[in-house]
Design a protein around this ligand. Structure first.
Ligand SMILES: [Zn+2]
Length: 277
């Protein structure tokens, strides 16, 4: 599932390619991919210019000149692809493509495809007022890249839950998922089982600095491609820099003992029982 670095890479690339283009037509091959009001989906989008594409936690937000937006959550296998679509008049869809947005800037046309093999991703379109209420209901926490150490300590240390669970909670910090939580906890030497309430200010500061470093390094590598994430311009390469994620049974790169696998808060977790306290 795309996490913050993958969504950031996708949003930056999309912004380069589609900002300034107007949506001239919306076509759906699989209507259930739309999780907002289906009747208004097309109406909210068609005729509007995409002014900017940005990331919000793990979400991708296409901002419109109307003040509204198209929101995408890619879940397991969602991806955006740009291209031409000569088959659209005959209704011939590219494989696994669930939606298509025909775009024009007055001179040229291109198609933005939403492809999703497993169909867990969702698209939502909102006019401005509904967008604000949806986002407030969604209740995403702050972006970890923008947090200060004392804010981070305050946020996580009030939760009576294990660190792994707390960091995955999008309402506390938005954008982290399994990969970057496992990597950051290992780098900071903190156990995924640790109760967040016991985190000292120094430990929280160290953890946040590793979270930011790992996320920024991953963005520089255009994200991690494990399973099937692909950005607009191809796969990322940060998976080659992972130290623990998915490596249970292999030797810990710090102490040489075997990395353990556990379930913490219902999520598969790889960690070093010796190095992480
Ligand atoms: Zn170790």
């Amino acid at each position: 599932m795309p996490e913050l670095p993958e969504a950031e890479t996708m949003a930056r690339d999309l912004n380069q390619r589609v900002a300034g283009f107007t949506i001239s037509q919306v076509l759906l091959a699989f209507e259930k991919i739309v999780a907002s009001d289906l009747k208004n989906f097309e109406k909210t989008l068609v005729g509007h210019q995409i002014t900017k594409v940005a990331r919000l936690g793990k979400w991708i937000k296409f901002e419109l000149d109307s003040g509204g937006a198209l929101l995408a959550h890619l879940k397991m296998t969602g991806q955006f692809i740009m291209g031409d679509w000569p088959g659209h008049l005959s209704g011939q869809w590219p494989a696994h493509t669930r939606a298509a947005f025909l775009l024009t800037d007055g001179n040229s046309q291109q198609t933005l495809f939403y492809r999703d093999i497993r169909k867990f991703g969702r698209l939502r379109a909102f006019p401005q007022d509904e967008l604000l209420s949806f986002l407030s209901q969604l209740g995403l926490g702050p972006d970890p890249l923008e947090l200060k150490p004392e804010e981070f300590h305050q946020l996580v240390s009030i939760k009576k839950a294990r660190l792994k669970q707390v960091l995955l909670d999008q309402s506390l910090v938005a954008g982290l998922g399994n990969i970057y939580v496992d990597e950051s906890l290992f780098a900071a030497g903190l156990s995924p089982y640790r109760l967040a309430t016991t985190l000292t200010a120094d430990e929280a500061s160290l953890l946040l600095s590793h979270i930011k470093r790992v996320l920024n390094e991953s963005i520089a590598h255009r994200g991690s491609t494990v399973e099937n994430y692909r950005g607009l311009e191809g796969p990322g390469s940060f998976q080659d820099q992972h130290l623990v994620y998915g490596k249970h049974g292999q030797n810990c790169p710090k102490c040489g003992q075997a990395l353990a696998k556990a379930r913490v808060g219902g999520r598969g977790t790889t960690y070093c029982p010796i190095c992480q306290k």
